[in-house]
Design a protein around this ligand. Structure first.
Ligand SMILES: [Zn+2]
Length: 545
């Protein structure tokens, strides 16, 4: 064995490849895979491990694909429970058979009723203990065989035992199990005879012709369903580190609604510290892989006579948090600033004024708030303003907004302030759509058809928002999602699914409402839990765009 020293790590950090960007986060997001090549007299073994660098835990069940650098022949192994894998190929034998770790085939004599035996063929990829068991359709074990086998193609013969019928044989090796069925004809093999023969080697594995060069380069790709695949090229006798992102961390994660700013007012709550109270702080946003967050500037009712001034104080409190956490948090006022801040490895905060009463019926106040950093505005909160009716108002279906309301919308359009219609009345939303020229959003709402709640959107509202190029941020608020006020990740996915089926995936976003609800949905207890939603969406069949 001849093991050579490692060259430097090869890092591919697509999202963070910005000159001078702090890679603190990036380093935590990667899976590392250690690769080495061992040269024997007649074969080459490549081995390594797959690990999640965020937790340093081994990644089991990752598929490690080995190919030559021309992209020709390829083969793969999977990492074991310790994240370890190895792959051996012979350099002197060539047989051209493609092999997968669970490759099993059946060379059955059926329908020849006079041949009482069946040949089962399978391929062993990694040396290890192999077991084969044959059951009848009642699940009774008819026979089994086990042996330690080296890589290669094998056959084993089944001779009739017991009555005719459907039989099942299972082959297990290296943690992989494959089951097939076969028809046993009544070949007269009653009594105590028949059953499994002995394992017979049919050919040694050497599937990778062009890999079978001792001197060569190999492309190693590691992937798992919840990770983005990535590759490195290793030459024989070299070692390398490869790094992968989880699908969640690779995705750009934006949440359209968070109310933590209400929690920091007058409380001394520091976003930079990790807390066990509330739902939001920077360490948990990092853990949650959140790239951009719309922070609600929400003025509670007790400040109504003072709503404009209070909204200015909330904005200052946010900017104070940005200043004190400037390495982690940035403020974006225009969409292109989001990408820039994200490229610097920062969580991007965007200010959303929640409730039009904060402008105190003044377009000048609206302009001043925009100049102070407000990029979006929820037209109403639960109560109506003098110029716009809310969803909770009994007039929601019949009364929309006043002429001044139209001026507000036109001013928002001219300043490119995003219009948010969560909380806003049914007729008001129709009025808004008749005036605005821009797409609108619902920053934190659910689906009316699944839960009749005034905070949710009807099918026609969802269609209207989508037709105009807007998006719906699906809220995680349990009482908006289900009739029994209990919700979990699957409940959130039901609302996402509904909108996807109605208008397509391009019009669905997340609008958690963290720190605006209590208690939160099960499994989505705070902002650190977004990855759990991504995993559930992947398991549900969604793919990373
Ligand atoms: Zn709200």
């Amino acid at each position: 064995m001849n093991r050579l020293a490692a060259p430097g790590p090869s890092i591919r950090a697509r999202r963070f490849h910005v000159a001078g960007a702090p890679l603190v986060l990036a380093a935590a997001l990667f899976v590392s895979m250690f690769v080495s090549t061992r040269v024997h007299a007649e074969d080459v073994t490549i081995s390594g491990s797959v690990r999640d660098a965020k937790t340093r835990a081994p990644v089991a069940g990752a598929i490690v694909e080995i190919s030559d650098t021309t992209g020709g022949d390829r083969d793969s192994v999977s990492s074991d429970a310790n994240g370890l894998w190895s792959f051996t190929f012979k350099t002197s034998l060539v047989d051209g058979t493609s092999a997968a770790p669970d490759r099993v085939d059946l060379r059955q004599n059926y329908p020849n009723p006079f041949n009482p035996s069946t040949v089962i063929g399978f391929t062993v990829r990694t040396a290890g203990r192999m077991r084969i068991a044959v059951h009848n359709s009642l699940g009774q074990l008819l026979d089994e065989k086990a042996a330690f086998l080296t890589p290669g193609g094998y056959t084993i013969r089944w001779s009739t035992r017991g009555p005719a019928g459907m039989l099942f044989y299972s082959i297990e090796a290296n943690g992989i199990r494959a089951t097939r069925k076969m028809v046993q004809l009544d070949g007269g093999g009653g009594g105590g005879g028949g059953g499994l023969g002995d394992f017979a080697l049919s050919h040694s594995i050497s599937t990778l012709h062009s890999l079978g060069k001792v001197s060569g380069a190999h492309r190693i790709t590691a992937k798992r369903w919840d990770y983005e695949p990535d590759s490195v090229t290793v030459a024989d006798g070299t070692t390398a580190d490869i790094f992968l992102h989880t699908v969640h961390d690779q995705a750009f994660v934006i949440d359209l609604h968070n109310d933590v700013l209400e929690k920091i007012m007058g409380s001394g709550y520091e976003l930079g510290l990790r807390h066990t109270v509330n739902h939001t702080d920077i360490p948990r946003l990092r853990e949650g892989g959140v790239d951009a967050q719309l922070f609600s500037v929400y003025v509670p009712q007790e400040h109504y006579p003072d709503a404009y001034a209070e909204s200015r104080r909330i904005i200052l409190a946010f900017e104070d948090q940005v200043a004190r956490n400037s390495g982690d948090l940035g403020e974006a006022r225009k969409p292109d600033e989001i990408a820039g801040l994200n490229g610097q490895g920062k969580i991007t905060g965007v200010l959303l004024l929640e409730g039009g009463y904060a402008i105190e019926n003044s377009l000048e106040n609206l302009k001043a708030l925009e100049a102070a950093g407000v990029s979006a505005m929820t037209i109403t909160w639960n109560d109506s303003t003098p110029w716009a009716v809310s969803a909770g108002d009994s007039r929601s279906e019949t009364v929309g907004f006043s002429n001044f309301g139209k001026d507000v919308i036109r001013t928002m359009d001219s300043l490119s302030i995003v219009i948010d219609v969560s909380h806003t009345g049914i007729k008001t939303i129709e009025d808004i759509l008749a005036v605005t020229r821009n797409p609108i959003i619902a920053s934190h709402s659910g689906v009316w058809s699944l839960r009749h709640h005034t905070r949710n959107l009807t099918d026609s509202q969802i269609v209207s928002i989508a037709r105009r190029g807007g998006v719906i941020g699906v809220v995680f608020y349990p009482s908006f999602l289900s009739y029994d006020n209990h919700a979990d990740i699957q409940t959130v996915i039901q609302h996402i699914d509904y909108i996807v089926r109605l208008v397509g995936v391009d019009y669905v976003a997340l609008g958690s409402d963290f720190d605006g609800m209590n208690p939160p949905a099960r499994g989505l207890e705070d902002v650190s839990k977004f990855p759990a939603l991504t995993l559930a969406l992947l398991q549900h069949g969604y793919a990373h765009a």
